[in-house]
Design a protein around this ligand. Structure first.
Ligand code: C2E
Ligand code: CA
Ligand code: CA
Length: 587
């Protein structure tokens, strides 16, 4: 075997141009007897083509023993490509990915060709790095697998990187995070991808009852298999202990997947109390606009992930998912219409000084016709990724109102609610600036209430956005402090100006000593962190008095004023009407 691609000499160490060195030529015994042997010229030509796309070419037997390798000097081989023949390919793969590569081998066996999938390789010195592993089988060489390895694949998201580093599936948020991207990409490139939802009823209780070794066998086996059948090897997620989502190529068949999962469980000695059911949807179906299709699917997957036991069962998975999907499609349509037609109004509720009863600022709250509270609308917009558009529109609408009254000498400040999801969206700062710019100084009347920080996984990033906003003159209020499991983390990681204590504690404190304890300690923490405090949902005198005793200076609630459309009432200069300050309440 002669050196391939002789002309391709380049700087050593540069994988793209490095000297390509074949290692040991396959021994005669490595090729099954009786197979036609390609001429070496022909083989060189094919290897040359293959190098156009890969850093390393490896031929193995069906169990992964390396028969032949050729490639650039690279990190994987620490400069010595020739030592690979005779060893096992699996030794070059990070242990967490070995089962997965085994699955890929099986798939090459079944399908003759697999598209490049992301695999973490491990060099002789233990260093790990990502690569794309593709492969095919040739009818003329049935005992061989032909593999191509492309090192240092392109950038990937943090979710995918984290999942790949441990050889595990994506988690729920990670999966929905990549789902939208995969759907849009599949549409763009015309790939025939499908989205599969897989329900393995009773998986958790079954694995818990297995001995540790067998339980790990099941878990790793399922993880590796689902990654193995997923598009690019990184588009499978565990949505709940018994539920999975997989973006897959069109050659994956649901029944085959169900059977394979059953076999993994059976081989580990497990016995599943329930059944296995899968449901697949064609992602290239273009009856829907790509963005909305992605949104509806993300929503359906989230619903599938968070459904209570019994909501999705073996017998109703398909119906349930279809219903969920069409429901989502319809609601998205309505949501879009509400946004496009600006079919909402804004009401204003005062935040007052408990001491003087004077209005400190107002909070802008959305009202949707026909709905008692906007909460369903807001939550759905958050779930389907449309909250960003809505929040910007609301900002604009509040600024329009402020502009109407801009001549009033005592125009009040107004707090707007911005979902953390909005603040975390990559284009937010730019778009927020574009919306506020035409209003000049009026924009400094805005306070920003940050809601739903519970869902934020990257508090530091959110904080960076908040600090940019503060730098631009906006005051920040953390909303609903005390609600949700991560609010201590949010308090710790987010620098703000105000903290609004969640209404449940305020309303509960008078009667319930536990609420009282929570309220006291939150007030204490917020004060130590230098935040000004607001108590919300104050309905009774007693609650106001209690807040005053705890040293909370500001409050909001029906006691001081219900949300009202009448912005003019708050905007006008009350001193002219013979009143002193803008006082709405007397203790
Ligand atoms: P939030 O930001 O905590 O708003 C305060 C909620 O408490 C409002 O509910 C308000 O009407 C209600 N409230 C005020 N005083 C009292 C009281 O004394 N007792 C009781 N029980 N409730 C009181 P609303 O208007 O239904 O809004 C619900 C949530 O929807 C808001 O909670 C906020 O998270 C969200 N939201 C409302 N408007 C917007 C918006 O324009 N953008 C965004 N992103 N979220 C919004
Ligand atoms: Ca709020
Ligand atoms: Ca609140």
């Amino acid at each position: 075997m002669s050196t391939v691609a002789k002309g391709m000499r380049g700087r050593p160490g540069d994988p793209a141009t490095a000297v390509l060195e074949p290692t040991a030529a396959p021994s005669a015994g490595a090729l099954p007897a009786g197979q036609p042997r390609p001429s070496s010229r022909e083989r060189d030509r094919f290897v040359g083509f293959a190098f156009a796309a890969a850093d390393l070419l490896i031929e193995t037997d069906t169990r992964g023993r390396i028969l032949f390798s050729a490639g650039a000097r690279c990190r994987l081989t620490a400069g010595d490509v020739s030592g690979l023949a005779g060893g096992s390919l699996l030794d070059l793969v990070a242990p967490s990915d070995r089962k997965y590569v085994q699955v890929l081998f099986d798939r090459i066996g079944e399908k003759t060709r697999i598209k490049p999938a992301r695999v973490t390789f491990q060099a002789i010195d233990g260093q790990r790095f990502p690569a794309l592993l593709g492969g095919c089988r040739l009818e003329s060489c049935p005992g061989s697998l032909f593999l191509s390895i492309l090192l240092a694949s392109g950038p990937r998201g943090t979710h995918e990187a984290a999942a790949a580093a441990t050889g595990q599936l994506l988690d729920g948020p990670g999966f929905t995070g990549v789902l939208e991207d995969r759907i849009l990409r599949a549409r763009e490139k015309g790939l025939e991808h499908g989205l599969m939802m897989l329900l393995v009823e009773g998986l958790q209780s079954m694995t818990e009852a297995l001995p540790d070794g067998a339980a790990a066998e099941v878990r790793q086996g399922i993880d590796a298999y689902l990654r193995g059948i997923s598009a690019d090897g990184d588009s499978a997620g565990r949505l709940a202990p018994d539920r999975f989502g997989i973006v897959h190529a069109s050659d994956i068949d649901g029944e085959e997947v169900e059977k394979h999962i059953a076999r993994i469980i059976h081989d580990a000695g497990g016995e599943l109390p329930g059944g296995i059911r899968s449901w697949s949807l064609d992602l290239s179906d273009d009856s829907l606009d790509a963005g909305d299709a992605a949104r509806a699917l993300v929503y359906t997957v989230q619903a599938f992930a968070s459904a209570q036991d019994g909501e999705f069962t073996i017998s109703n998975l398909e119906d349930g998912a279809m219903r969920m999907m069409s429901d989502a499609v319809e609601r998205i349509g309505r949501l879009r219409a509400t946004i496009e037609k600006r079919d909402f109004t804004v009401v204003y509720q005062p935040i007052v000084s408990i001491e003087t009863g004077e209005v400190h600022h107002l909070e802008a709250l959305t009202r949707i016709e026909g709905a008692h509270s906007p909460l369903d609308f807001i939550t759905f917009a958050e779930d389907v990724g449309l909250i960003h558009d809505f929040d910007l529109l609301l900002t604009q609408s509040v600024l329009d109102t402020l502009r109407l009254y801009h001549r009033e000498p005592k125009l009040p400040d107004v707090a707007i609610n911005l979902s953390a999801k909005t603040l975390m969206s990559p284009l937010f700062l730019q778009q927020f600036q574009r919306v506020t710019e035409p209003y000049g100084d009026l924009a400094s009347k805005l306070l920003i209430e940050v809601t739903e920080t519970v869902v934020v996984t990257d508090i530091a990033q959110l904080n960076a956005v908040l600090q940019t906003l503060r730098g631009a003159g906006y005051r920040i209020c953390l909303d609903d402090v005390g609600a949700g499991a991560t609010s201590f983390q949010s308090l710790y990681g987010l620098q703000a100006d105000y903290a609004k204590i969640d209404g449940t504690f305020v309303r509960g404190a008078a009667a319930n000593p536990r609420d009282m304890a929570m309220l006291r300690s939150m007030v204490d923490v917020c004060r130590q962190l230098g935040l000004d405090l607001v108590g919300e949902q104050v309905e009774e005198e007693e609650q106001a008095a209690l807040l005053a005793r705890l040293g909370v200076p500001l409050a909001q609630g029906y006691l001081f004023g219900r949300p009202s459309r009448d912005f003019a009432y708050f905007a006008k200069d009350w001193s002219k009407a013979g009143k002193g300050g803008r006082t709405v309440w007397k203790r």
